[in-house]
Design a protein around this ligand. Structure first.
Ligand SMILES: [Zn+2]
Length: 321
């Protein structure tokens, strides 16, 4: 078989790829947080990992590759939008959250399908895996890798993971500065991060052993990855901005819950889409949504550029003047 070599962020080198099980090559890629239209910077990981998905299917057979790309539908940015919409429409925050995430997830899936990307094997939503997240957090608390606080948080004890930081390899002071972004009282150590946080009446929440609350973002991916791909899988991907703290914390949680078995053999990260030298980002206001791009493209396509999708779903670019 043709050798596939991949750059592994974990080891900082190109390595020959050898799947754990050639009959079931498993890949997890962090998907979108659904509260707004996706911009074309958000489309970059979708396209990059779609190319890899196709290549793996080509090498190992279409039915021998499992690709999971999640949808984050529990997040405080979503909650902030839901609170505004609930007040404006006179509905509950939970109803507003469900409305926003359903509409945005649909738009996202339509947009990436229009870009010609194959659907992943599984597209789990965080809201469907809350019991698995609670179970993983309980395991971490029982093994002293995590601790509940008096105010209803559960925090991961970073000092319990000797090799914490092995993916991003950041200096300690930078990791502490990054961890401070996440506000929680009663931290034993500023590096400790949130696994579970309390919800008030105005915030969506689920019953748990630590009271009504909601999961932190990192544990969502750890639990969905475990449920659909097992303790250790072949490839974990995402944007380079997710390497710290998100992926570092996924590793810490999953490996601690799984007797130090590695979460993924290969870690792959895509770079940012740049606009005039800067990252395309919602916060910078320099973005074009996939939806806007496609509309503009449809209007122009009759006299400038035209792309066709073949029946095999391979992109064939054809340009005419
Ligand atoms: Zn993730």
């Amino acid at each position: 078989m043709t050798a596939l070599r991949l750059y592994n962020t974990l080891t900082r080198q190109k390595e020959d790829f050898a799947p754990l099980d050639p009959n079931n090559v498993r890949m997890y890629v962090c998907g979108p947080t659904v509260y707004d239209y996706a911009h074309i910077g958000n489309a970059r990981p979708v396209i990059v990992f779609d190319v890899l998905f196709r290549l793996l299917r080509h090498l190992y057979g279409e039915s021998h590759v499992t690709y999971v790309r999640n949808i984050t539908d529990i997040d405080d940015k979503i909650n902030a939008r839901a609170a505004e919409a609930a007040t404006a429409k006179g509905i509950t925050v939970e109803a507003a959250r469900a409305e926003i995430t359903a509409a945005t997830a649909k738009q996202y899936l339509d947009d990436v399908a229009a870009l010609g990307c194959l659907p992943p094997t599984h597209t789990p939503r965080a809201t469907e895996y809350v019991p698995q997240m609670i179970a993983m957090i309980e395991k971490l608390v029982d093994s002293k890798h995590a601790y509940p606080t008096k105010d209803g948080h559960v925090l991961f004890r970073v000092s319990s993971k000797a090799d914490y930081g092995k993916l991003s390899r950041r200096p300690l002071d930078e990791m502490i500065a990054g961890a401070r972004v996440e506000v929680a009282s009663n931290k034993e150590d500023p590096m400790d991060f949130v696994l579970w946080k309390p919800s008030d009446d105005q915030t969506p929440g689920w019953e748990s052993p630590w009271g009504r609350g909601r999961p932190g973002w990192h544990i969502e991916c750890s639990a969905m990855g475990e449920a659909l791909l097992g303790e250790t899988f072949d490839i974990h991907g995402g944007g380079i901005d997710l390497m710290f703290p998100h992926h570092e914390n996924e590793i810490a949680q999953s490996e601690s819950a799984h007797h130090d078995h590695p979460l993924a053999k290969v870690w792959m990260h895509n770079g940012f889409l740049q606009v005039e030298g800067e990252k395309m980002a919602k916060s910078l206001g320099n973005f074009i949504t996939i939806n806007e791009l496609l509309k503009d493209w449809m209007e122009r396509s009759s006299d400038s550029i035209c792309f066709e999708l073949s029946t095999a779903n391979q992109l064939i670019g054809r340009c005419r003047g």
